[in-house]
Ligand binder design. Structure first.
Ligand SMILES: [Zn+2]
Length: 494
């Protein structure tokens, strides 16, 4: 059965799983079975590692199979690690560029994939020169709580992903956590209408942000946006159901990962911020997957639909669920309750109104920067004279609602999208993840749309190496080796 499924998945294998990974997975599964009872033994877990970096739930002969992609867990680990250690934006940028190149290779666009990775390498060389450390790579990092981080990445993160997928099974099949699910639905009901943003303005659906489509003219230049309003209302019910189902699955993920966090004494406040970072990483990957295939190939007419991200809603609900657990309005196993109430002050301050605002702000940044990155990547200049909040206020209700989201990408500083200007980033301003992501989307769009010839630095010519028969995946991952070794000459033998 496994072989059959492997063929049907039709994925490119990324790397083989090692024994250590299998051990960790077995532990997560055992904990899950213990938590969800005998019935959960019907669920088959199939670990794989592919360039798709995504886990999913399949059914074979009525039996649920969780296809757990370890490469997804790896991908998130790299990013969470870098964000928590306050690594510089360039190193997050590298990860996104590698994933984009993998995706392009998967789409059979080998040339574009190689160009993306070549540009990635060049940016890294430029960074080393800016820091005066060439060919070494200077990586000032902050190592507070590195032990906690390692526990999180090795044990807790995989259990969150596994728990999430099992949650999708649990939702349709079992009555476990029935009360908790009802509580999540209530939380949704209570929060779905958002108060007006400006004074007496209109109230709106919090979880349903408008979907924006960026159009490009015959020369591949931006030519206005379409905002899907009315047409989306037809699929609204379906989207709400999907969103809610993700939130419920996250709840399973939270319960299972809390179990592992408690077992390995991971402090709740660190668990909290790392979980949020994980969700943000999941979102950025799904944006890449959604946007990259749509970017016009060459300077030609086309459009990119940015869709609506579900992550804002998932984070919003997750934060409130943790709050609900602490306030005992959401029923959970006693150990989960004990874990989250073990250090009430710290968790309380994180869940304050101010904390929530910050969390939501950063979450919306993914939507904004992906759109800004594609816009600027096409070669269009950074827009000036943007309408201000006051302009928006003078408009009618609809204008107020739509004008600000439309210009969000350009309310961020222009150098958010320029990795070359961030070599001396020191932790002030926007988080490294936001900058790395925005710049990677911009650069990758430039490569895909403009097919710019990209110079070769320090002797690594990816295209030539590829034509000489070097393994493609090996090539695409080469930059990561340099980052890890902190030296540009550390390319693997190709
Ligand atoms: Zn899901």
């Amino acid at each position: 059965m496994r072989d059959q499924l492997r063929i049907r998945l039709n994925r490119t294998v990324s790397s083989s799983l090692n024994l250590h990974q299998r051990d960790i997975l077995r532990e997560c599964c055992d904990e899950a079975f213990e938590l969800y009872g005998a019935g959960s033994r019907d669920i088959c877990v199939m670990p794989i590692s592919t360039t798709d970096w995504s886990s999913e739930l399949r059914r074979i002969g009525g039996k649920p199979v969780v296809v757990l992609d370890m490469e997804q867990i790896n991908a998130m680990s790299y990013l969470v690690y870098r964000e928590i250690c306050v690594d510089r934006p360039i190193f997050q940028y590298c990860e996104y560029m590698i994933r984009i190149s993998e995706l392009l290779a998967e789409l059979n666009e080998v040339d574009a994939a190689l160009s993306v990775v070549q540009l990635n390498h060049n940016r890294l060389s430029q960074y080393a020169r800016d820091c005066g450390s060439y060919p070494g790579l200077s990586r000032p990092m902050f190592f507070g709580g590195i032990e906690a981080l390692q526990i999180f990445l090795a044990r807790v993160l995989p259990s969150f992903i596994l728990g999430h997928e099992i949650g999708h099974v649990g939702e349709s099949q079992r009555e476990i956590f029935k009360d908790a699910f009802a509580a999540i639905e209530n939380c949704w009901e209570a929060n779905q209408i958002k108060e007006p943003v400006w004074g007496e303005g209109p109230s709106s659906y919090r979880f349903m942000v408008p979907s924006i489509r960026q159009k490009f003219d015959d020369y591949g230049m931006p030519s206005g946006c379409l905002i899907a309003g009315i047409e989306r209302s037809r699929v609204m019910a379906k989207e709400i159901a999907l969103c809610l189902s993700e939130c419920k699955a996250d709840f399973f993920g939270l319960i299972l990962s809390t179990r592992l966090a408690a077992k390995y004494n991971l402090p709740p406040e660190q668990m909290f911020s790392m979980l949020l970072e994980t969700l943000r990483a999941i979102d950025r990957f799904s944006v890449i997957r959604r946007v990259v295939p749509q970017i016009p190939r060459g300077e030609c007419r086309g459009s990119v639909d940015f869709g609506a991200s579900r992550i804002a809603c998932r984070i919003f609900i997750l934060v409130r669920v943790i709050k609900g657990i602490i306030e005992k309005t959401i029923p959970v196993p006693p150990e989960t309750l004990q874990y989250w109430t073990s250090n009430p002050e710290v968790v309380d301050s994180m869940l304050s109104e101010k904390g929530n605002k910050y969390i939501e702000h950063i979450t919306l940044a993914n939507d904004a920067t992906s759109r800004g990155g594609v816009y600027l990547g096409s070669g269009a200049p950074f827009p000036v004279n943007l309408p201000t909040e006051r302009d928006a206020q003078e408009g009618d209700d609809l204008t107020k609602k739509l004008m600000m989201p439309l210009y969000w990408p350009f309310h961020m500083p222009e150098n958010t999208y320029k990795i070359a200007s961030q070599s001396h980033w020191n932790g002030d301003g926007l988080p490294a993840g936001v900058i790395g992501f925005a710049s990677a989307i911009r650069d990758a769009t430039g490569v895909i749309m403009q097919a710019t010839p990209i110079g070769v630095e320090c002797g690594v010519n990816y295209k030539r190496k590829h034509t000489r028969g070097a393994n493609l995946l090996h090539l695409l991952h080469g930059v990561r080796r340099c980052v890890e070794a902190r030296n540009l000459l550390a390319m693997p033998r190709l």
